[in-house]
Ligand binder design. Structure first.
Ligand code: MG
Length: 384
């Protein structure tokens, strides 16, 4: 397999390996095994009932964290192949990148972070790492999934200096100002490409955005006008989908050609050289970077701050906050195994330990479970 990799790709032979060494897999590569472990884990399945912008019960057609993660992986695999990168590692990072997300997307994460302010905070990115390192209960020999170093490093896309010091080898690059591998850099871009585009699609579907106003965003306008020119009669879903698929194609092509150019200029001799390159080598051209950012800004102003979305996210934030307060006040409200974990952690770390166990429990909830659990705790008519 390694003969198809470019010199700058991550190779398992150069890996820093797993925290607990394991025998090599028989029929797969190491990163292939990581990808499979992620797909088999519980947190991955829960992504199907977690949302980013729209709460899950709003409709069946919107993206969930699961379909989002699949779209990210699929976009990134194509680019990885074109650049000679390690596609299994790329895919593993993409599929795992959102495992630590709370219910209700960013509203849930912000609320939980506020609740955890005195106890070390809550960050979904760090939580994704906690899921694969500690929280998954899949194997007899170790907690978590015991993934390869480079997969774990890719999942941790940003990190405060304080947390970086706590994370040891994994946090090192944040302290030394080094770049992550190209596969991890790519996963980041694929994440942004996926959500920018599917949020356009979902926003139109939900009636929160109009085609005409989207023409304010250059990336949309260019493709829209071209599709309209080619098929003047086209309307409805096919018009929207044709525009969105072209928008994805446009930025993916730009990502491949701009990254190829920067790799050819920098010629990193190895994945290790990529870390010391001083700047990320996966990139858009400046024009597309700007247009992509403009679309992101457009979505922030018109979609994420839309009155209907705010009404939803406010409720969501309140739900998470009240769950947190209830469990903190009375940990015996937690299911038995989580209550036991809370008291173990409290014995070791005081209230911060209790809070972490509560945050882990809440972060693991799906949207619908959080809604039901909230009802059970706060509505006296609900079954306990
Ligand atoms: Mg994402």
């Amino acid at each position: 397999m390694s003969e198809t990799l470019a010199p700058w790709a991550v190779r398992e032979t150069d890996s820093r390996g797993r925290r607990l060494p394991e025998p090599a897999p028989r029929y797969r590569g190491e990163y292939h095994r990581d990808r499979d472990r992620i797909i088999h884990c519980t947190a991955f399945r829960r992504l199907v009932y977690k949302t980013q912008v729209f709460v899950n019960h709003e409709g069946d057609l919107y993206r969930t964290r699961l379909t989002h993660s699949l779209e990210v992986a699929q976009i990134a695999r194509t680019v990885a192949g074109a650049l000679g990168l390690n596609t299994y590692l790329t895919e593993a990072v993409c599929l795992a990148h959102d495992l630590g997300h709370t219910p209700f997307g960013h509203a849930g994460q912000d609320a939980l972070n506020r609740c955890m302010a005195d106890y070390g905070g809550f960050e979904h990115n760090l939580q994704s790492l906690r899921v694969v390192d500690e929280l998954e209960e899949k194997y007899a020999e170790f907690a978590g999934l015991n993934l390869m170093f480079e997969t774990r490093e890719g999942i941790l896309k940003h990190c405060s200096a304080r947390n970086a010091r706590r994370l040891g080898e994994l946090g090192q690059r944040f302290l030394e100002g080094l770049q992550p591998g190209l596969e991890a850099q790519l996963a980041n871009f694929a994440d942004e490409i996926a959500y920018n585009n599917h949020d356009v699609d979902d926003g139109l579907r939900a009636g929160l955005l109009e085609i005409e106003e989207l023409r304010d965003a250059q990336l949309f306008r260019e493709q829209h006008d071209e599709v309209r020119r080619l098929w003047p009669e086209l309307g409805g879903r096919r018009l929207v989908h044709e525009i969105v698929r072209r928008m994805i194609g446009r930025v993916v092509e730009d990502l491949v050609s701009a990254s190829r150019a920067s790799l050819e200029a920098a010629r990193p001799a190895s994945a290790e050289a990529v870390r010391h390159a001083g700047e990320p080598l996966i990139r858009f051209t400046p024009q597309v970077a700007e247009a992509h950012l403009a679309l992101k800004r457009f979505l922030r102003e018109r979609l994420y701050r839309h009155n209907r979305v705010i009404r939803m996210t406010t409720k969501a934030g309140r739900t998470v906050t009240q769950l947190f307060q209830a469990f903190m006040e009375e940990p015996r409200l937690l299911p038995q195994d989580h209550a036991a974990e809370a008291s173990r952690k409290e014995a070791a770390q005081g209230m911060a330990g209790r809070a972490r166990a509560v945050a882990d429990y809440i972060a693991g909830m799906t949207d619908r479970f959080a809604i039901v659990e909230h009802g059970r705790l706060f509505d006296p008519r609900a079954h306990t």
